[in-house]
Design a protein around this ligand. Sequence first.
Ligand code: NAP
Ligand code: GDD
Length: 342
Amino acid sequence: MSRRALITGVTGQDGSYLAEYLLGLGYQVWGMIRGQANPRKSRISRLMADLSFVYGDLMDQGSLVSVVDTVQPDEVYNLGAISFVPMSWQQAELTTEVNGMGVLRMLEAIRIVCGLDKSRVSGGQIRFYQASSSEMFGKVAETPQHETTLFHPRSPYGVAKTYGHFITRNYRESFGMYGVSGILFNHESPRRGPEFVTRKITLAAANIKLGRQEKLYLGNLDAVRDWGFAGDYVRAMHLMLQQDQPTDYVIGTGRTHTVEQVARIAFEAVGLHWRDHVTIDPGLVRPAEVETLCADPSRAHAELGWAPTVTFEHLIQMMVESDLRQSEQEQRHADLALVASW
Ligand code: NAP
Ligand code: GDD
């Protein structure tokens, strides 16, 4: 019988790549969807006809028990979160509830469905993956960051993720649960939300090239990140749940770039110079910035055999090409609508 995976956050960037990857491996994949009329559900159901859906919310303990009981998963991937860091200052309590308490609720749901039976829980019948984040390193204690680097989160998002990280470890140590956290550094793709800086830049480069946008407003151009491709990172999530012993891993490329370099490569890809189009907006600078992040993924290389396959330059070019295609299509539709209205 094929293995069953439950994914929270399936409508997000990582959820969609992970669902495709697991379907390709022969899993039965269930995506947890929230809300009465989730606007992103139709996108996923069209993308993956083989996906099953189940309704639940990380804010609602009862719904999670029901979801886990219905699906009876072998593996749970908890990707659901408020993932945009600036939003976490505006809605700190909600972010803490979803990104922190939501993890505890999912762990409890697994324990309850396993009948609070320690031997069933520790038997690894349901394996749990928690989407931890390099934002937990925040004001970094050392560079590069590895699995034992001290955490110093700089946003309500990072603080909540740190709680989720430690409660996952605690359930592993308390109940022998197979629960692991992947400490993932920034990963991007053409499916990245347009609020994140890489996609904001690649979309703007495409739209400016096509005359559909005038300026691009950015905050801190000097921020340094370790950016990789989301499709590579979901392979690491799956590998982490296939090991003999549950262990946390840092996942990143070990290479860093600045926001300015993202802008330079993206605008070059459409034959423009970023300086002619970018304006600094001090309002986009964060109350407490994470200046620099760089992964040391050597444990994942050695123990999981994981390595990224897409370079930073290729990633940004891939995103620009996708945004150009999408923007041209939108332009054609707009032109046709205009002609039809004549
Ligand atoms: P994303 O595109 O923003 O997707 C977030 C997902 O969380 C969406 O499917 C959203 O569903 C869901 N969600 C939000 N609130 C929820 C709730 N109350 N209950 C259940 N689901 C809820 O994020 P992503 O980039 O794919 O990231 C996936 C996970 O990895 C997140 O936990 C993120 O914090 C973490 N992470 C991401 C990165 C990265 O660079 N991408 C790095 C490290 C860690 P709706 O469609 O209903 O809004
Ligand atoms: N979003 C955004 N918009 N960021 C900007 C802008 C802008 O206009 N201008 C400069 N930046 C800088 C931010 O200050 C930050 O230092 C950097 O670009 C990256 O910002 P984001 O792309 O929004 O990502 P993030 O690093 O805050 O968070 C992402 O990665 C984390 C892992 O390190 C998210 O995916 C988180 O969910 C994830 O945990």
